[in-house]
Each structure stands twice: as structure tokens, then as C-alpha cells.
Design a protein around this ligand. Structure first.
Ligand code: ATR
Length: 281
């Protein structure tokens, strides 16, 4: 049987750890596959994906800023992808792309199973309303957070995400400027890409208390600014997105290959080289 082809599409994508993670899962499970990173600007994404399919591509991960575009091009999508309005996992079936979203389950698995944190009843602030925020928001509601307040630099996107979630009692949008009046939160999730582009997030210290868990969905350099802020204002735990990255990859791997790989060894190896943080307790 010929080697199965997979890839991650994004822009930029050269630094992605996904090829390493999927190669490690493939070794572990004895599955013969090729997994590469393909840089695609938004305007070229659909054409690049079609070329990939024509060359035998069987599945793809999608990262920023293409997750909402990936949802739009799918002929079929899972319920969790539809709730998110964003896709990070594409599977080629009968000449069509099937979309799924493993970000949310990846985040919740990392925080609950690996870090041993309880998300239930946490008053939660979600910063951002792009593809990453859309991916995790439904899973946070399913995990039992008490309230989900969404703020975004462009407020209309926060409104649209809150509407799409369809739980007006628990999930609502607010203006960034009104954060100072929102009180404190037990969970703050940075789903913006500001840290990766050197942007500054204006965040008042009134958002946190001594129990607050701060999570950045980025890892490496991109997570530094937000998590440094979280530490400086006394958050109890700070967690970057490395564990989520490994867990969402494992769930994509399961979708494509029918086997769930063991993530602990892969996470430990990556953590050694991305030692920025994790101070969960
Ligand atoms: P991703 O897949 O990482 O979510 P995206 O869909 O491009 O990528 O979304 C990026 C998110 O980061 C958006 O919420 C964006 O806010 P806008 O909707 O206003 O563009 C947010 N973001 C990026 N840079 C930011 C900055 N400097 N300050 C605040 N928010 C920022």
C-alpha cells in the first residue's frame, strides 16, 4: 500500500510542530504516513487544498488563519465543527472534504486529564473570536464552565460567536473597553493571535483572583506576553497551548487512522524543548 499523505495548512506554518507530532504518533502505532507543512495564503487555500487532494492527500490539519475558511469549504462537517463554525481537521471522503474540529476536545483533555484541573463552575473569559476561539468555545460550555464571556478587538466577531453558541444564558459577548467592569474570572483563555504578532492586549488586573487559571492557546514565544501578565497579577496557574496541540493532534490522528495514540511521551519530549511553562496545581 502506498504511503498515506497528510499535511497541516496555515500561514505562516513553517514553525508548526504538527509534522513532528504526527511522525511520532506514526512511529508509535506503526502506521506508514507522510505529514508535511504547507504554507497557503487565504486567497490560495482552496486551490492548494485541491492540488493536495489531487496528489493523494487523505487528510489535513488547518491552522491560523484558515480555520473558518476550512469550515466554509466542507461539504460535510461534524456537529462540533458546525457549533464552532471552524474546522481544524479535514478528511477526504469520496472526493469531498469532511470537516471536524478537535481543538476543543484537545484543550479540555489537556487541562482536565493532564493538568488535573476542574473546569466546572468556573466563570470564564475568552479573549478572541477567530478560528481558535471558535474551536474551543463549545467544548468549554460542554465542560461545564459557569459563564462564558467573549471579548474581541472587533466586537462584531464576538457577537457572532456568542450567537452561534446558542446559549444566551451562559455565553455572551462584551466590549473590550468594559472589561474593567466585569469583575473577576476563575478561567481566562487567550485565543487571540496577538502574542504571535507582537501585539499588546490591554487587560486590567481586576480580571483575576487568587484562584484564576490563565491559559494561552499559543505555545513558545507567542504565549510569553499573556502568561507573563497572568503571573504578574497573581494567577494561581498558567498553562500554554503545547498540551492542547498534542491532544488535538491525537484526536485528528484517531479520526484518520482509527487508533488513538498515547500522548504522554510525545508531550514530554516537546515540553523539554518548549520549557516556557506550566504551573498548574
Ligand atoms: P486564529 O485561528 O488563531 O484564531 P484568526 O482567525 O486570524 O486566527 O483570529 C485571530 C484572533 O486574534 C482574532 O480574534 C483577532 O481579533 P480581530 O477579530 O479583531 O482581528 C485577534 N487578534 C489578533 N491580533 C490582535 C491584537 N493585537 N489585539 C487584540 N486581538 C488580536
Amino acid at each position: 500500500m502506498s504511503t498515506r499523505r497528510y499535511a497541516v495548512f496555515g500561514h505562516p506554518v513553517a514553525q508548526s510542530l504538527s509534522p513532528r507530532i504526527h511522525a511520532a504518533f506514526a512511529r508509535q502505532t506503526g502506521i506508514d504516513l507522510e505529514y508535511t507543512a504547507i504554507d497557503a495564503e487565504p486567497a490560495d487555500f482552496v486551490a492548494a487544498l485541491e492540488r493536495f487532494a489531487a496528489d493523494g492527500g487523505g487528510g489535513a490539519n488547518v491552522t491560523l488563519p484558515l480555520k473558518e475558511a476550512a469550515f466554509a469549504l466542507c461539504q460535510h462537517s461534524s456537529e462540533r465543527a458546525r457549533r464552532a463554525g471552524a474546522v481544524n481537521t479535514l478528511t477526504r471522503n469520496d472526493g469531498h472534504w469532511h470537516g471536524d474540529n478537535t481543538d476543543g476536545v484537545g484543550l479540555v483533555r489537556d487541562l482536565t486529564d493532564r493538568q488535573g484541573l476542574d473546569l466546572r463552575a468556573r466563570r470564564t473569559l475568552l479573549l478572541g473570536a477567530g478560528g481558535a476561539a471558535r474551536g474551543v468555545a463549545p467544548a468549554l460550555l460542554d465542560a461545564g464552565v459557569e459563564e462564558l464571556i467573549i471579548v474581541n478587538r472587533t466586537p462584531e466577531r464576538a457577537d457572532a460567536l456568542a450567537d452561534a453558541l446558542g446559549e444566551p444564558e451562559r455565553a455572551h459577548s462584551r466590549y473590550w473597553e468594559s472589561l474593567r467592569d466585569e469583575g473577576d474570572f476563575e478561567l481566562i483563555i487567550n485565543a487571540t493571535s496577538a502574542g504571535r504578532s507582537g501585539g499588546h492586549l490591554p487587560l486590567p488586573s481586576t480580571l483575576t483572583n487568587s484562584r484564576t487559571l490563565a491559559v494561552d492557546l499559543s505555545y513558545g514565544e507567542g504565549a510569553i506576553a499573556f502568561l507573563a501578565w497572568a503571573r504578574s497579577v497573581g494567577c494561581r496557574s498558567v498553562v500554554d497551548g503545547l498540551g492542547m496541540l498534542v491532544e488535538q493532534a491525537a484526536e485528528s490522528f484517531r479520526i484518520w487512522h482509527g487508533v488513538r495514540p498515547d500522548t504522554d511521551a510525545v508531550y514530554a519530549a516537546l515540553r523539554e524543548q518548549n520549557a516556557i511553562l506550566v504551573t498548574a496545581d
